[in-house]
Ligand binder design. Structure first.
Ligand code: MLT
Ligand code: MN
Ligand code: ZN
Length: 303
């Protein structure tokens, strides 16, 4: 299986258009070791010809243009993009659907509450179907589906609803992680860019995986508050600011990773407050020592 990291930043991207913080300013200046990053998304293929996008960020046009494997062809309007698998309904993961309008025969897979949100609170489904009718298919927990040679299984990981859908029905399957297996090779990739906690099912989901892309939004629970000049929340580390499990601190994901060797752990969906954005930071060094990585946009993994 081939997997291309289309984007590795959280909502807003990096640098973020309206942020004058030290890290965003460094990226804007083109400082070495602080590369710009588009909003989180991934592309996967078992056969080099049929590709699936995981999440569709508003940076998608630039991400597609930067990825030769996703170039249109061989016919004038052909594309190797066959479908999109959504982990959640957040705008940074769904706005890109609008930019695929008119794509023929596109399949969109998502948890049911996400499809509902895209039909109601953020009604892009009806709008897009008026350009080309797409197939919108709910994914169900633990029920594998096969997409051009890849077996994909969704695992619910949190009930985090987007702010625009705050009045929609609560549920524990608003956010899923995907386990993607290539049965021809037995290789497994897990994509989990939004984790509010480390649920027990996450161990099941990542068992035997070759690589795991996971939520790296915040290095510490307090960094968002610190940037805004507010005190860190009490018990920071045990909390999950904005529904994202921090990397460090008590209960953070890095301690789990340290105990789980034999998997390639890669953080994605980095917020512009995250010191890991600077490759020269001691934080990046600490990550490497624990057995985890951050990769640049455009990195291709052969799994
Ligand atoms: C998130 O990941 O928490 C959301 O994308 C936040 C946002 O950008 O609204
Ligand atoms: Mn996000
Ligand atoms: Zn910033």
């Amino acid at each position: 299986m081939r997997a291309v990291l289309l984007g590795t930043a959280a909502g807003g991207g990096f640098p973020q258009w309206n942020c004058a913080c030290r890290l965003c300013a460094s990226a804007r200046r083109g400082s070495p070791g602080v590369p710009a990053r588009g909003q989180d998304g991934l592309a996967v293929s078992a056969d080099d010809h049929n590709w699936y996008l995981l999440n569709a960020s508003p940076d998608l046009p630039a991400q597609l243009a930067a990825t030769p494997a996703l170039a249109p062809g061989p016919g004038l309007r052909d594309t190797p993009v066959r479908g999109v698998l959504l982990t959640d309904a957040e705008l940074d993961h769904t706005l890109g659907l609008m930019l695929l309008r008119g794509a023929p025969d596109l399949r969109v897979y998502a948890p049911e509450p996400v499809i509902n949100a895209l039909s109601e609170a953020f009604p892009v489904r009806g709008l897009l179907d008026s350009y080309a009718e797409w197939s919108w298919q709910p994914v169900r927990a633990g029920e594998p589906l096969t997409v051009h040679g890849l077996v994909v299984t969704a695992y619910p990981v949190s009930g985090k609803r987007p702010r625009y859908a705050a009045s929609a029905a609560a549920g524990d399957d608003w956010v899923v992680a995907y386990r993607i297996e290539d049965p021809a090779t037995g290789r497994v990739l897990v994509y989990a860019p939004c984790l509010a906690s480390w649920p027990d099912t996450f161990d099941e989901l990542t068992a035997g995986a070759d690589a795991v892309l996971l939520d790296g939004t915040f290095f510490t629970a307090g960094e968002l508050a610190e940037q805004a000049g507010r005190p860190a929340p009490p018990g920071a580390g045990a909390t999950t600011p904005m529904g994202h499990l921090p990397i460090t601190g008590p209960g953070g994901s890095l301690d789990r990773i340290r105990e789980r060797t034999g998997v390639r752990w890669i953080y994605t969906h980095l917020n512009n407050t995250n010191p890991l954005l600077d490759a020269g930071s001691p934080h990046r060094q600490a990550l490497a020592e624990a057995g985890a990585q951050v990769l640049d946009d455009g990195t291709e993994l052969r799994i």
